[in-house]
Design a protein around this ligand. Structure first.
Ligand SMILES: [Cu+2]
Length: 425
């Protein structure tokens, strides 16, 4: 799980922003992820200590220390992302994946971020939420020239505050964000015991419009997306959030879609503790069970995982927990088209009637699908079909897990007498 294919960057033309030429003699190697699974992060190999985050279906970028600078290398390039088993998308991302790797550093670190452009068009990187010099803010045309294909640019700044941030292009944004270019950026407190939690999960909320059977997103779509994803994965491709009972848990999210998402956690109430503007003072934290994620914003919430079980965790917009194909279905509830179906079958042997009693049948149906798409309602749990897709996962709270164990423990075994049951009169 910790092995990563490391590929050497072909160094393109190098344009230095404000860095000594000697520092650019050799670029840091950009590491690549092993796959679309969640990679539990190793402890920081160098630099100041911190408690690393877990990127859902993702990973954290390695770095090297160079004369007091913490150096990262992002390569912007086309990638293939498996959104769930059975469907792959042609996206743009960083270091072989969309989203790119999570950048983790510590308040006070001086970071040097090399960005190599291997896209067919120019790009930049904006460091959303960071307090930095205007010329490092990454807005193409405004704060710097765009990075042309083949060029490498350098961003250098000191991390002024800890918190929850992200990065994304500020060049041809509509296209580059619709294609999946984004990544998480966590700045840990200088004191590792400040804001300390036991498990700290991060993901970006994103969305794509990919026709069933196609693989490349439609980049001009404004609101009618058909794949609602977390870290460019959809249920049942989103890993569960595995937690040891009693742990203090933090979940951090950023929203880079074109609409808000009310993210709902079952089984718990939680406190909103951080935004991309900073930490919420304890006296100002507010309780929720659903947190609305505004567009272009980040939120973190925390809870003590005292209640064991399998707890649904999802967007509360019901179209966002469905995959492609579910959005243009006509309403057939109450329509008796039995005799139409009998006639149709004589003409079209595979003709199928759907939806006259609702659509729950579809969650348990083997339907022929075009290549490279996903059923709109899918997933199986211990009691049957879960009938979900898109932005849905499960928080799995279990007794007695080891500290660093994030492996899926399977389904929860409910104690006797604690499951809803059928009334037999
Ligand atoms: Cu949503």
């Amino acid at each position: 799980m910790f092995t990563r294919r490391s590929l050497l960057a072909a160094t393109g033309g190098i344009a230095a922003a404000s860095v000594a030429r000697s520092a650019l003699a050799a670029l840091p190697e950009p590491a690549y992820p092993a796959g679309p699974q969640t990679e539990p992060p190793p402890l920081p190999p160098s630099g100041r200590p911190f408690h690393p985050v877990v990127t859902l279906n993702g990973w954290s970028a390695p770095w090297r220390m160079n004369q007091g600078w913490k150096e990262f290398h992002l390569v912007a390039e086309p990638v293939v992302r498996e959104m769930a088993p059975g469907m792959k998308a042609n996206l743009w991302g960083y270091n072989g994946q969309s989203p790119g790797p999570t950048i983790e550093a510590v308040e006070g670190d001086r970071v040097r971020l090399f960005v190599t452009n291997r896209l067919p068009e120019h790009t930049t990187v904006h460091w959303h939420g960071q307090i930095l010099p205007s010329g490092m803010d990454g807005v193409g045309g405004l704060s710097q020239p765009q990075i042309k294909p083949g060029e490498t640019y350098v961003y250098e700044f000191e991390l002024k505050k800890s918190g929850t941030f992200m990065y994304h292009p500020h060049a041809d944004e509509m296209v580059q964000m619709a294609m999946g270019m984004m990544g998480f950026f966590v700045v840990h407190p200088r004191d590792p015991n400040q804001h300390r939690v036991d498990r700290d999960f991060v993901f970006l909320i994103n969305a794509y419009d990919i026709e069933p059977g196609a693989a490349t997103p439609k980049i001009a779509t404004m609101t009618e997306f058909n794949l609602w994803s977390w870290n460019s994965r959809v249920f049942p491709g989103i890993d569960p959030l595995v937690v040891r009972q009693g742990d203090r848990v933090r979940i951090r999210m950023g929203n880079l879609t074109m609409t808000n998402h009310p993210i709902h956690l079952h089984g718990y109430d939680f406190a909103v503790t951080c935004t991309d503007g900073g930490w919420v003072p304890p006296s100002a934290r507010w309780p929720e069970v659903t947190i609305d994620m505004p567009v272009g914003a980040m939120r973190a919430f925390e809870f003590d995982a005292v209640n064991p079980g399998d707890w649904a965790f999802h967007c509360h917009k019901s179209h966002h927990t469905m995959n492609a194909m579910g959005h243009d279905v006509p309403t057939m509830i109450g329509v008796d088209h039995g005799h139409v179906a009998r006639r149709m079958v004589t003409l079209v042997p595979d003709y199928m009637v759907m939806g006259e009693r609702g659509m729950a049948d579809m969650g348990d149906m083997e339907m022929p699908l075009p290549d490279n798409t996903l059923p709109m309602m899918t997933g199986r749990g211990p009691f049957g079909p879960i009938e979900m897709g898109g932005m849905f996962s499960v928080l799995k709270v279990r007794e007695g897990l080891a500290r660093g164990d994030y492996r899926d423990p399977g389904w929860y075994r409910n104690p006797p007498g604690t499951v809803a049951y059928k009334w037999k009169g």
